[in-house]
Design a protein around this ligand. Structure first.
Ligand code: KG4
Ligand code: ZN
Length: 376
């Protein structure tokens, strides 16, 4: 069952210049987009102030530190985005802001700034679901038609969605524990590799044998699209501990083989569940079938190649937007706001910050709330 909000406004037809604001995790971001109805959107600016250095010593994002950093930097991000776009507040037609899901202190910081700007300027204020921002990105970068299949794979998210419209999504399944990026980061940590773990594990894996260690593919044989990555990470930990006990430490080849085995297992799980998701999506008889990926893990070359091959075999187009638009950013939030205005979605509902906000209210609740905040 998918969630279908009732449009209560008429679709906006004229040119739109929209400011987007994103602060739901550890990136403080602001962007300005311009869109003429019927044309391609133009990203006038896309500012992302990361917080990685602030959280580096803690093994994860610390919500209070994140919230303070957002509160201190949001106005700089907005000023930077307006400057780079070469516009002032007078040029704006609306403000779109991430209203959830995410770490509540950061979401509140963004919502309060956006509300202040919108009220002062008499502009419409659009509360955007962060996941909708990711899910609508293929239409920002490419001329993609609804419905398409979306795989979100990042440090905080992992789910399959059928995107039917600007405000209508069906969640087919997702992780029941860790997100894949979180698992990459934890595996890197337990092998003594730097953070973020994904690129480090991928680099090590190039010299490794993916078959040396027999690592599990949790839930692989279960029907449906739910996934699990936490047992896989524990299996890497056990294999490491066995090697350390047997030989007193890890050799470079051991590390490479563990990384290659782990990466292959993640790819196997995602590819197998993509097969199940594609079958459900094909049943909708899309006229231009397409699967898109987003999220930091979509940067992984092995995963991308395997997903692209699988899509090709299924006769479905494959799209991976540029990485800067796959990871957290505010251009996707401004774009989701524009999509909602074009679709005539209700914009007048009171805007509340929501730590949990499933895109598909009819789907079973997601479990878990990894180190980067709640999953949906
Ligand atoms: O979307 P993203 O930038 O942010 C959040 O999830 O907040 O994703 C970051 C995640 C990290 O866990 C990082 O380790 C992972 O994406 N990642 C990768 C690669 N590059 C980044 N995972 C696997 N392979 C990569 N090449
Ligand atoms: Zn995200």
């Amino acid at each position: 069952m998918s969630h279908t909000p009732q449009p209560s406004a008429s679709p906006v037809a004229g040119p739109l210049t929209v400011l987007g604001i994103e602060s739901s995790c550890d990136d403080t971001a602001a962007a300005v987009l311009r869109h003429d109805a019927g044309g391609r959107p133009e990203i006038l600016s896309n500012v992302v102030l990361g917080q990685a250095a602030l959280h580096a010593g803690f093994g994860g994002v610390v919500p209070e530190i994140a919230a303070r950093a957002h509160a201190e930097r949001l106005d700089h991000a907005v000023e930077g985005a307006l400057d780079q776009a070469g516009v002032t507040l007078d040029a704006l037609d609306a403000v779109a802001v991430t209203a959830g899901p995410g770490l509540i202190g950061g979401v509140l910081s963004g919502v309060m700034l956006a509300r202040g700007l919108a009220t002062a300027r008499g502009l419409p204020l659009i509360g955007v679901n962060h996941l909708a921002g990711h899910a609508l990105t293929p239409r920002l970068t490419d001329d993609v038609a609804f419905p398409y299949l979306m795989l979100l794979v990042s440090g905080g998210h992992c789910q399959f969605l059928i995107v039917h419209g600007a405000d209508r999504f069906t969640r087919l399944g997702g992780t029941i524990d860790d997100a894949p990026g979180e698992a990459f980061d934890k595996v890197a940590k337990l092998l003594g590799l730097p953070q973020p773990g994904g690129p480090a594990v991928e680099a090590e894996a190039r010299a490794g044998d993916p078959h040396r260690f027999a690592l599990p593919r949790p839930l692989a044989d279960r029907a449906g699209c739910d996934m699990s990555f936490s047992g896989l990470k524990t299996a890497v930990l056990r294999a490491r501990d066995r090697l350390v006990a047997d030989q007193g430490g890890l050799h470079a080849q051991d590390r490479a083989d563990l990384c290659a085995g782990f990466q292959a297992a993640v790819a196997d799980i995602l590819v197998r569940k993509t097969g199940a998701a594609l079958a459900l999506y094909r049943a909708e008889a899309p006229c231009a079938p397409l699967i898109a990926v987003a999220g930091g893990v979509a940067a992984n070359g092995v995963l991308r190649a395997r997903l692209a091959a699988q899509a090709e075999a299924a006769g479905v187009a494959f799209l991976a937007p540029p990485l800067a638009l796959c990871t957290d950013n505010a251009a996707m939030i401004a774009w989701a706001g524009i999509e909602r205005m074009r679709a005539g979605a209700a914009l007048d509902a009171p805007l509340v910050a929501r730590p949990r906000w499933p895109l598909d209210e009819g789907a079973a609740p997601m479990l878990g709330s990894g180190k980067r905040g709640v999953k949906a």
